[in-house]
Design a protein around this ligand. Structure first.
Ligand code: NAD
Ligand code: TYD
Length: 339
């Protein structure tokens, strides 16, 4: 198979490329990525010499660049490319609309022009909004996005659906919960807390810390994607989660315990505006249709993740310099401590 992966230099995309090259010794992969602040070729050093892998730097909003890189005979286009951080979308939404909405339409147009057999849109559970204390997201849940990030991802889903209904394109939409694991940029909760705790820096928890996320280890997600892209039914939505709901406070306390660091590093800080209270996925459809199950528990996945950050201090040092320092100062420097 010939795969065209966009956003493959980011967190999930790089894990996916590594996983697919290992799982399928005859597959070739083109990685098309703009290399924004979140894209990092260090994430793929171990595969870059493979003759089955090729990197092309480009923007998914640039139709001629996409067409130049996208070969006839491509079996599957998997679109990971996106602006992905909710807090940044609150600061400035326009880049999210550009990449996550316009970019997706450009990719759909290019895929149709090149006769790509299947288009996989990597979406998120966040398009379905926030749950109360009970109930679960399913493939039938309505779109109710609350952040500019989630709204842009919901808009993308609608464009993908329209390409299926209007042009008969073979498309799949995959909505996952919060991923964690190696190579995640430390603006997101788990790598931020691990790297701060390792450096004895304060751990900023938004609001009361009782917000709930449903966590999945990235390699478990990559295995699910492998099954879905091969066996999924055209036009379908698939929700992927590992049945691992945790409050943010529980996550941070477990990280501190595993690192042997004191609870006194925790700071409760001013909440995120519009902060979704709870995400929880019912993954019955992927379990039933593909026999998929996660291999990691939250605890075993977190141990592996921490071990990776401990073993990769040079990677952490590089990504925490430059733009990250300015972002950190903007996001946390003036944030009120509330407890
Ligand atoms: P990430 O921020 O780590 O990586 C995004 C990648 O996209 C980067 O390599 C970046 O350079 C690239 N990119 C951004 N704009 C681009 C453009 N205009 N053209 C080409 N490349 C561009 O993201 P991630 O956490 O790996 O998420 C990947 C996908 O999975 C996203 O679509 C995201 O919405 C979705 N998702 C992520 C999570 C999660 O927990 N991380 C959960 C559910 C869904
Ligand atoms: P995040 O990793 O940004 O993912 P998302 O908002 O897309 O789910 O945040 C996960 C949870 O952690 C979310 O409830 C916000 C919270 N959070 C904090 O409490 N402090 C932080 O510094 C960050 C980055 C997130």
């Amino acid at each position: 198979m010939k795969l065209f992966v966009t956003g493959g230099a980011g967190f999930i995309g790089s894990n996916f490329i590594r996983y697919m090259l290992g799982a399928h010794p005859d597959y070739t992969i083109v990685n098309f990525d703009k290399l924004t602040y979140a894209g990092n070729l260090d994430n793929l050093r171990d595969v870059e010499a493979s003759p089955r892998y090729r990197f092309v730097r480009g923007d998914i909003c640039d139709l001629s660049a996409v067409l130049a890189a996208l070969e006839e005979g491509t079996d599957v286009l998997v679109n990971f490319a996106a602006e992905t951080h909710v807090d940044r979308s609150i600061e400035e939404a326009a880049p999210f609309v550009r990449t996550n909405v316009l970019g997706v339409q450009v990719l759909l147009d290019a895929a149709r022009a090149r006769g790509v057999a299947r288009f996989v849109q990597i979406s998120t559970d966040e398009v379905m909004g926030s749950l109360g204390p009970t109930g679960y997201f399913t493939e039938e849940s309505p779109l109710r996005p609350n952040s500019p990030y989630a709204a842009s991802k919901a808009a993308a889903e609608l464009l993908v659906r329209a390409a299926h209904r209007t042009f008969g394109m073979d498309v799949l939409i995959v909505r996952a919960g919060n991923n964690y694991g190696p190579y995640q940029f430390p603006e997101k909760l788990i790598p931020l807390m691990i790297t701060n705790a390792m450096a004895d820096l304060p751990l900023p928890i938004y609001g009361d810390g009782r917000h709930v996320r449903d966590w999945i280890y990235v390699e478990d997600y990559c295995r699910a994607l492998d099954l879905i892209l091969h066996h999924g039914r055209a036009g379908e939505i698939y929700c992927v989660g590992a049945r691992a709901e945790r409050t943010n406070l529980e996550v941070v306390e477990l990280i501190l315990a595993l690192l042997g660091k004191p609870r006194s590093l925790i700071r409760f800080v001013e909440d995120r505006p519009g902060h979704d209270r709870r995400y929880a996925i019912d993954p019955s459809k992927v379990e039933r249709e593909f026999g998929w199950r996660p291999l990691e528990t939250f605890e075993s996945g977190l141990r592996k993740t921490i071990a990776w950050y401990q073993a990769n201090g040079a990677w952490v040092e590089r990504v925490r310099s430059g733009e990250y320092r300015q972002y950190y100062e903007r996001m946390y420097g003036r944030r009120r401590v509330i407890g």
